[in-house]
Every structure is written in structure tokens, then in C-alpha cells.
Ligand binder design. Structure first.
Ligand code: SAH
Ligand code: MG
Length: 214
């Protein structure tokens, strides 16, 4: 079996919030990129989407930054829908997905390809000048958080680069509004055109030159 085949099978089994079909769609769109790019995901959790992206990056000679503060989103906290007791750090009682993320990337043998960035998304973005060939937004779903991610990272996508957004649900009965709203905003900006759609994953391409530097 090929390395890519093994990595995808591994990713399918990693704990996380990326349905198999969507993870594989993310991989397929990413591996169609040009060689040697710099990619970034917002929302790493335990490394599931990072392995799908990492599998593609390995083939393309790209690097993936996998950004998270590793304390979970609002919807991951105790009492909420996506709480996972196994991820609580006894030291301070907070969620801490970093040890699991590190183990995932090590087990996948992607430590040279998937690089962790640990901290709040907007703080990192404010000090991150590197233009990006692919940005995957899969962070917090609260209104202010999702919009902040969009404003922070979408401008860094180069012309021809991809902006992928997860958890886009046009039907309000299926999921929260903010990821759908930022997806609409990206399309309305006329900077981006939709190129792929699988489940709640939308992949857009920047068809205009970057409006600003990061
Ligand atoms: N892509 C993951 C799922 C991400 S879940 C997978 O494949 O399973 C969303 C993640 O966003 C959580 O891990 C949470 O800690 C992170 N997050 C939420 N708000 C954030 C912020 N402001 N800065 C950095 N990370 C954030
Ligand atoms: Mg998601």
C-alpha cells in the first residue's frame, strides 16, 4: 500500500470532527495545488484534518501549519455537545488537545510536514506575514470567533490559492450560522469562487489578486 493510502486510512481513524468523505475531499483539493506551498489550518483539535492535509502536503512538498490554542471551542467545553472527558488535563481541569495532536502527527510520521502553531488565531495572524497557498478555516463556531478567523486569514490567501471552510450549513437546522456566513461573505467579496463542495466542506479559490498584505 502507498504512503498516501496508509495516511488516509490513518486519518479516517483519528479522533475528531472531520467526516471521512470531507477529509478525503480536503486531501484531494489540497493535492491538486502547485508544488512547495505554505498551507495553514485554523482548528487542529487532535490532528485529524492535519493528517488529511499533511498527506497532500507530503506529495506536493508543501508545509502545513496547524493552528490551535488547544483548549477547545465553546462547543467542546463541559456540558456542551462535543465535550470529551478524555481530553481534560488533570493539572488545571482544562481541555488540552495538544498531547493528542502531537501523538497523531508523530504516529503519522508527518513531523517534518505538519507544524503546530499554538495560540489564539488572531494573535498568531497579526504576526504572520507569510502569504498562504491554502487556508482551511475550522476553528470556533461562535459568531465573533468565526468572523475574526475569516478577517484574519482570508486576506493572506494568494491569487489562485484555496480558502476551504468547514461546517458550512445552509440549512439552519443542520448547524450554526457563522461558518455559513463567512462562506457567503467570501463569495460576495468577488475575490473567491467556489470550486468544490462535499458535505459541509466548501472549497473556494481566490480569483482576484490579494487585496492586501497580511
Ligand atoms: N480540524 C479538527 C477540528 C477542529 S475543532 C479536526 O479535524 O478534527 C475546532 C478547534 O478550534 C478546537 O480545537 C479549538 O480549540 C480551536 N479554536 C477555537 N477557537 C480558537 C481560537 N480563537 N484560536 C485558536 N484555536 C481555536
Ligand atoms: Mg469542523
Amino acid at each position: 500500500m502507498s504512503r498516501a493510502h496508509d495516511l488516509l486510512a490513518f486519518a479516517d481513524g483519528v479522533k475528531g470532527f472531520m467526516p471521512t468523505r470531507e477529509g478525503r475531499a480536503l486531501y484531494n483539493n489540497a493535492r491538486a495545488m502547485g508544488p512547495g506551498g505554505t498551507w495553514l489550518e485554523v482548528g487542529a483539535w487532535c490532528g485529524k484534518s492535519a493528517v488529511y492535509l499533511g498527506a497532500a502536503a507530503l506529495e506536493r512538498g508543501a508545509v502545513v501549519y496547524s493552528l490551535d490554542h488547544h483548549h477547545g471551542s465553546e462547543e467542546n467545553q463541559r456540558g456542551w455537545e462535543h465535550f470529551d472527558d478524555d481530553l481534560v488535563d488533570a493539572h488545571d481541569g482544562r481541555l488540552n488537545t495538544l498531547p493528542t495532536w502531537q501523538r497523531t502527527i508523530a504516529d503519522a510520521r508527518l513531523e517534518e510536514v505538519v507544524i503546530g502553531l499554538i495560540g489564539p488565531s488572531v494573535v498568531v495572524a497579526a504576526h504572520f506575514a507569510q502569504p498562504l497557498d491554502l487556508v482551511f478555516i475550522d476553528g470556533g463556531h461562535a459568531h465573533d470567533v468565526a468572523w475574526a478567523d475569516f478577517h484574519a486569514w482570508a486576506p493572506k490567501v494568494v491569487a489562485g490559492g484555496l480558502l476551504a471552510i468547514h461546517d458550512v450549513f445552509p440549512d439552519p437546522a443542520k448547524g450554526g450560522r457563522p461558518p455559513y456566513e463567512i462562506y457567503l461573505a467570501a463569495l460576495a467579496s468577488d475575490d473567491f469562487t467556489e470550486v468544490a463542495h462535499e458535505g459541509s466542506l466548501r472549497v473556494l479559490r481566490r480569483t482576484t489578486s490579494r487585496p492586501q498584505r497580511g
